[in-house]
Design a protein around this ligand. Structure first.
Ligand SMILES: [Zn+2]
Length: 230
């Protein structure tokens, strides 16, 4: 008998470096063993880590007192390489790959976004912010935004009703983070800055490339199923 459940906890979508909390895609349990869906840190496939050992419990001392944890070891279903799983997937070593970005985003832009996610997953926040900014700038150029700096290009998309005012305001903030990350002698880029820039970049690219594609497919589907009476 199996059942699926979604792990609760940190809301970060992108995973973090070794030793920090991550959110697996989901955990499937049967009576004896567990498996967790993830993007394998070795073979990079969307696959499962399957439990190979018993589950062991231990108590660790923290500043707030003793905390009970558990661990098991498993292997990737695709490449058979080993992973250590703590607390049913709240921590996994090595850290799984971030979820890949939507395939409707043009390759060059999607590669920058995926690399920004990878930077975030290893705490490289400055690199993450720079790449998220570059993904947005390339998207603006691809959408025919006027020449100039990124803020002008984003304003151009807004003026052409391609993006909303909310996204424009948010993007302006992240542009600043991206700029800041690219130059020396500026404020450090914190985890929250990097995550904010990543979320914005992904949201912007969804609006520019993914939603129009879904809309188009829906329109085609409606055309196919339209009745003779309309
Ligand atoms: Zn693998």
């Amino acid at each position: 008998m199996t059942r699926k459940r979604r792990l609760q906890g940190d809301k970060s979508t992108y995973g973090v470096a070794a030793g920090r909390k991550i959110i697996p895609l989901g955990v499937t349990m049967n009576d004896a063993k567990k498996e967790i869906s993830l993007h394998c840190p070795y073979c990079h496939k969307e696959t499962y880590v399957f439990q190979e050992t018993d589950t062991y419990s231990f108590v660790t001392m923290t500043l707030s007192g003793p905390t009970e944890r558990s661990w098991w070891a498993g292997t990737c279903r695709a490449c058979n390489k080993p992973m250590l799983v703590i607390d049913d997937g709240q921590y996994i070593f090595p850290v799984p790959q971030p979820n890949p970005s939507n395939e409707n985003i043009p390759n060059e832009i999607r590669n920058d976004l995926d690399e920004a996610k990878l930077c975030f997953s290893v705490n490289a926040y400055r690199g993450c912010a720079v790449l998220a900014r570059r993904a947005m700038q390339n998207a603006c150029i691809e959408k025919g935004a006027t020449k100039g700096d990124l803020v002008n290009q984003i304003n151009d998309l807004f003026n052409r009703n391609i993006i909303t005012n909310d996204i424009k305001e948010w993007a302006t903030g992240v542009r600043w983070i991206g700029n800041d990350a690219a130059h020396v002698n500026k404020e450090p880029v914190e985890a929250s800055d990097a995550e904010n820039s990543l979320k914005l970049a992904e949201s912007l690219l969804e609006i520019l490339y993914v939603i129009p594609k879904i809309s188009e497919e829906s329109r085609i589907q409606r055309g196919k199923t339209k009745s003779p009476t309309g």
